[in-house]
Design a protein around this ligand. Structure first.
Ligand SMILES: Cc1cc2nc3c(=O)[nH]c(=O)nc-3n(C[C@H](O)[C@H](O)[C@H](O)COP(=O)(O)OP(=O)(O)OC[C@H]3O[C@@H](n4cnc5c(N)ncnc54)[C@H](O)[C@@H]3O)c2cc1C
Ligand SMILES: NC(=O)c1ccc[n+]([C@@H]2O[C@H](COP(=O)([O-])OP(=O)(O)OC[C@H]3O[C@@H](n4cnc5c(N)ncnc54)[C@H](O)[C@@H]3O)[C@@H](O)[C@H]2O)c1
Length: 464
């Protein structure tokens, strides 16, 4: 078995890991990056996550009524495969072309606090390193429902986006980010979509008006929702799979050509043999880290989904900034510095949120004023009419005493872009009036701020 001594070993080719590898490699550190699969250079996001799913959103929207759903879908899957292959190759080349970085393709497991074995096709390699960064991501959770794990029609998001067969009837278990995005995508491609959610509400973290408007959009595209649905059994038949669930004490079932488990993703730590390194995990299998992403071994860091934080690519990227600052900078940057982190649910139109909703703002002790308008009524935003997408609403939650923005929910064309401006305003304490009275390009979606922030729907009374 050959041995490599490195300054830094990165386990897993995710967003945060590759950023740490590239930056430290550029500074002359000897870096080894171990990735278990040659189909995953670049990690989840460009291969099986954000990029192919957002490309599917785009392709599903381009389908005209006269296009055959099946042919259009198969063509989309092919084209998206070409796109992800290019991204994958770019990621591989970036590492292979860096003189100070060695890319190993094989599964890594710890054999000691500073030692990892990588099972490469050509033989195992032992890597020893002063600093180790674990960036192994997360994997789908398949609930323990009788018949589900063995069903021939069970699919994960990865299976589904690689299959050229458009399911005629798609049953999605779970109405989180993944479930709702897939419902929107496959509904638009032409599948009949039913979403079964265990919780009493879908998008229950949102204010009721925003959740209702979002569900209206999805229902308008033919997606059916069943809440308080406890899936009790999955039965394969010759031509379909029956997904059996209980709701309010009644037993019902829905037939499916594919059953998507969209019930969350668990950190990938099994198989890493973290005990050998003395690295602790929590009850969910996430690596326990402090605010500088140090594990229970100070020379081992965990970043991205594997540390149990929010599962977004931009959080993994920001984790890399924290680790790099610790290794090579001021050492002051911490995950606790983060504020106003935006999120986008990529349905059509997208729903972007940041900060508090109305309920949360009041619970945090703020006197709240709410600015809100339906997109169709925002006179200052002709772009919505120009691109023929006037569905949705724009809502701001503002501190009635300081005029600072506490949160926003934007169900609107371009929401994934304009939410970043709101988040920046929040981080820098720009007031609602300043955001309202700023000069924006025309016709753009940001112009909505000119109008919406002048439309106060209601204001809480001053306290006592
Ligand atoms: C369908 C889908 C859509 C998504 N859409 C979005 C979105 O629109 N926006 C967004 O911000 N986020 C989105 N996410 C979430 C986002 O993809 C993840 O949060 C992000 O990719 C996590 O990155 P990471 O750096 O933690 O690791 P990952 O990118 O997951 O990389 C981990 C890597 O480690 C490798 N690995 C695992 N174990 C080992 C081992 N023992 N040895 C060697 N290598 C190993 C894996 O093969 C993988 O390549 C989506 C996720 C999914 C599944
Ligand atoms: N646009 C984006 O940024 C994006 C897109 C897709 C995924 N993601 C990330 O991927 C991660 C995984 O997404 P997800 O939607 O799978 O997880 P999630 O945790 O967001 O949602 C899972 C949903 O499944 C429900 N559920 C769990 N068990 C169930 C059961 N047995 N029966 C019925 N319902 C059940 C839960 O109540 C919840 O609503 C998310 O954390 C998200 O951050 C992000």
């Amino acid at each position: 078995m050959s041995t490599i001594h490195a300054d830094v070993l990165v386990v897993g080719f995710g967003k945060g890991g590759k950023t740490v590898a590239a930056k430290l490699g550029k500074q002359g550190k000897k870096v080894v990056l171990a990735e278990q699969s040659d189909q995953m250079y670049g990690g989840t996001c460009p291969n099986v996550g954000c990029v192919p799913t957002k490309a599917l959103v785009h392709h599903s929207r381009k389908r005209r009524p006269e296009d055959s759903p099946q042919e259009w879908y198969a063509r989309s899957v092919r084209e998206i495969h070409e796109l992800t292959s290019k991204f994958r190759a770019g990621n591989r080349e970036a590492m292979e072309n860096a003189e100070t970085i060695t890319l190993l393709t094989g599964r890594a497991r710890f054999t000691g606090p500073h030692t990892v074995e990588v099972a490469q096709a050509g033989g195992d390699v032992t890597v020893t390193a002063e600093t180790i960064v674990v960036n192994t991501g997360s994997e789908p959770i398949v609930p323990d429902v009788p018949g589900l794990r063995d069903s021939k029609r069970l699919v994960t998001s990865t299976d589904l986006i690689h299959s050229p067969d458009l399911p005629e009837r798609l049953v999605i278990i779970g109405a989180g980010y993944l479930g709702l995005e897939f419902a929107s995508i496959y509904g638009r491609f032409g599948s009949r979509v039913t979403v079964l959610e265990a919780a009493p509400d879908i998008l229950g973290r949102l204010d009721e008006d925003v959740a209702e408007a979002t569900l209206d959009v999805l229902r308008g595209e033919g997606v059916e929702f069943v809440t308080r649905a406890e899936v009790t059994e999955v039965r394969d038949g010759l031509s379909q799979t029956d997904v059996v669930y209980e709701r309010d004490g009644r037993r019902e079932s829905v037939g499916a050509d594919a059953v998507l488990a969209a019930t969350g993703r668990a950190p990938v730590t099994r198989g890493l043999n973290l005990e050998a390194a003395g690295v602790r995990t929590d009850g969910r299998g996430a690596i326990v880290v402090d605010e500088r992403l140090r594990t229970s071994q100070p020379h081992i860091f965990a970043l991205g989904d594997v540390n149990g934080g929010p599962q977004f690519t931009y959080i993994s990227l920001d984790d890399s900034r924290v680790v790099l600052d610790h290794l090579n900078g001021s050492g002051r940057r911490a995950t606790t510095d983060r504020m106003a982190i935006p999120m986008t649910l990529f349905i059509t139109p997208p729903l972007a949120t940041v900060g508090f909703n109305e309920r949360e703002a009041r619970a945090a002790g703020h006197r709240v004023k709410v600015a809100k308008q339906a997109v169709a009524d925002i006179v200052a935003m002709p772009r919505a009419h120009v691109v023929e997408e006037t569905r949705g609403l724009v809502k701001f939650v503002i501190d009635a005493d300081t005029d600072e923005i506490l949160g926003a929910a934007l169900l609107s064309i371009d929401a994934q872009e304009i939410v970043n401006t709101v988040a920046l305003a929040m981080r820098h304490h720009v007031t609602a009036a300043e955001l309202r009275d700023a000069v924006y390009t025309h016709p753009s979606s940001t112009e909505a701020f000119n109008d919406v922030l002048a439309t106060i729907a209601h204001t809480d009374e001053p306290a006592g």
